[in-house]
Design a binder for this molecule. Structure first.
Ligand SMILES: Cc1cc2nc3c(=O)[nH]c(=O)nc-3n(C[C@H](O)[C@H](O)[C@H](O)COP(=O)(O)O)c2cc1C
Length: 189
């Protein structure tokens, strides 16, 4: 399977960055193809601008968006990996979706309503939180609704794994390692 991991964390020493590195190593060893797009590392511009809209109106795709769309086209499985910031994804990832999952590429409007264009891909989220998961069920449900339905299903992507790792700044190194092991096992199935 071809996995594309979109990482949205500015700190290479963070739990999310370590988790993605470990996933990359293990999936590659297991014979999977894997590409990582580190949005801070590549300096992705997350602002959907007036210039973007005028390019789209002229049927042109800005180069940085076209480059990311090629990765999406390549992938069978798209994974968003990020820390939960104020109950959602970091702004850079929201902006990536605003710009890259554009009309005409990720969805289109038909007489019957909106139609997703990215099937038959799968989509997953891997999130770390400061709060413990036991206390955060309603937030998980709200976030799963946004990523699973509003983003993935709307664009024709089948929601696959929605993983949360809780209390990340508070738990021991051992627990953080067990979280990473769990993510590897989930994606190796
Ligand atoms: C700007 C900001 C907003 C945050 N908002 C939340 C939040 O809404 N809920 C939560 O559980 N943790 C929140 N946190 C804590 C982070 O989710 C937590 O520190 C992170 O997941 C730890 O993993 P990391 O090492 O990969 O950053 C926030 C942290 C920052 C910096």
């Amino acid at each position: 399977m071809k996995h594309l991991i979109i990482l949205a964390h500015p700190n290479p020493a963070s739990f999310c960055s370590s988790l993605v590195k470990a996933l990359q190593e293990h999936l590659a060893e297991a014979g999977h193809e894997i590409q990582i797009r580190n949005l801070y590392g590549i300096g992705f511009d997350p602002v959907l601008s007036a210039a973007d809209f005028s390019s789209f109106a002229d049927s042109k795709i800005p180069d940085d968006i076209a480059a990311e769309q090629e990765y999406i086209t390549w992938a069978d499985h798209i994974v968003f990996a990020y820390p939960v910031w104020w109950g959602g994804m970091p702004a850079v990832l929201k902006g990536y979706i605003d710009r890259v999952f554009a009309e005409g590429f990720a969805y289109e409007y038909t007489s019957g309503g909106a139609k997703g264009l990215l099937s038959p891909r799968k989509g997953s989220t891997v999130c770390s939180t400061g709060e413990y998961s036991e206390k955060y069920g309603t937030v998980h449900n709200a976030m799963n609704l946004i990523s699973g339905e509003v983003i993935f299903r709307f664009t024709g992507i089948e929601p696959y794994k929605q993983l949360f790792y809780g209390g990340v700044p508070s738990v021991s190194d051992e627990v953080r390692k067990s979280y990473i092991q769990n993510a590897i096992e989930e994606f190796s199935k």
